[in-house]
Design a protein around this ligand. Structure first.
Ligand code: C5P
Length: 314
């Protein structure tokens, strides 16, 4: 029980992998136009909102020491934005139980923002319309709306304008967690450097890829996966090539960098192949963890009111 005796609200939010990330030349505002096919995967952070005297963020789990706990934390910014909308003070304790790799290209920070938004909305009883929540998400970051929605979606604009996509089956993945993170702006900057002076095509979703998602055909999806940020991530972190090779040698259908990296993603045939590829990746010594996960996963979900444990007490 918390010091105030109140219960909290816990929200579970999935990570994502980009099965297609088509990147255009930078816009005048510095953002890049995207055709971004998001797939939510079953690795989750949990965000618990508990009443408190002031806004406070705590975080536990792998990589928690790299998560900022001040007002720059995306979850804190989500609480502030929602409170401002309703004329409330953002007096809440947000506890983030991390399982999504930090700065890993799997939208962990975005997941925490979407989770905080939904948890605070439930805790405060503000019943914010879904469209308004999605607008706040888009203001917080390009990937935040998808963390709320989950499943699969095509994101255009800077990735925040979503159209839900149909998925015809379960896809099995393994994610290899790299040592340390990569900065998303740095990877986009490297993309600009590598493509300078070239004719960067307008980003467009691949019909073949969308059909593979729709039919749930893993082999077809494997052949259609693409990530225009991969060369930039590999340029900044050349050691990722060895991780990609280790997963391919172990029998993955396809290997790619997840978003801006440095997490690498391996599409496999089934749960048994996932275990085999995960074991081989770990044994290769080219990653610090290998995590099997299924997709699609649901978006941010309220797990219900909980009595916080001692580590989450305010
Ligand atoms: O929107 P978000 O805050 O997640 O973006 C982080 C950074 O990634 C941006 O500041 C920008 O450098 C880069 N970015 C981009 N084009 C996009 C999305 C993100 O250049 N469409």
């Amino acid at each position: 029980m918390s010091a105030t005796g109140h219960t909290g609200v816990t929200v579970r939010v999935p990570a994502k992998v980009n099965v297609q990330l088509a990147v255009g030349a930078p816009r005048p505002d510095g953002f890049h136009p995207l055709a971004n096919v998001f797939l939510a995967v079953g690795l989750y952070d949990e965000v618990t909102a508990t009443p408190a005297d002031a806004l406070r963020v705590t975080c536990t789990g792998p990589g928690a020491d790299q998560v900022p706990l001040d007002a720059t934390n995306l979850a804190a910014r989500a609480a502030v934005a929602l409170a401002a909308l309703h004329g409330l003070a953002p007096d809440v304790h947000l506890h983030i139980a991390k399982d999504i790799p930090v700065a890993g290209g799997m939208a962990g920070g975005s997941a925490d923002a979407a989770g905080a938004l939904l948890a605070c909305d439930a805790l405060w009883g503000t019943r914010t319309p879904r469209e308004r929540l999605l607008e706040i998400c888009a203001e917080l970051g390009s990937d935040v709306p998808f963390s709320l929605v989950g499943g699969a979606a095509l994101g255009v604009g800077r990735g925040e304008q979503l159209t839900p996509l149909e998925v015809g089956g379960t896809f099995h993945w393994v994610f290899a967690v790299a040592d340390g993170g990569l900065s998303t702006p740095a990877v986009y900057g490297e993309f600009d450097r590598l493509t300078a002076g070239t004719d960067v095509p307008e980003p467009a979703a691949s019909d073949t890829l969308l059909a593979a998602l729709r039919t749930g055909d893993a082999t077809a999806l494997a052949a259609a996966l693409s990530n225009d940020l991969q060369a930039a991530a590999l340029s900044l972190r050349p050691s990722l090539a060895a991780t990609l090779a280790a997963g391919t040698e172990a029998g993955a259908l396809a290997a790619l960098v997840s978003g801006s990296g440095p997490t690498t993603a391996f599409l496999v045939k089934d749960a048994e192949a996932a275990r085999r590829v995960a074991d081989a990746l770990l044994a290769s010594g080219t990653c610090v963890a290998a995590r099997p996960a299924e997709a699609p996963a649901p978006g941010a979900t309220v797990l219900g009111a909980t009595v916080p444990g001692p580590e989450a007490a305010s």
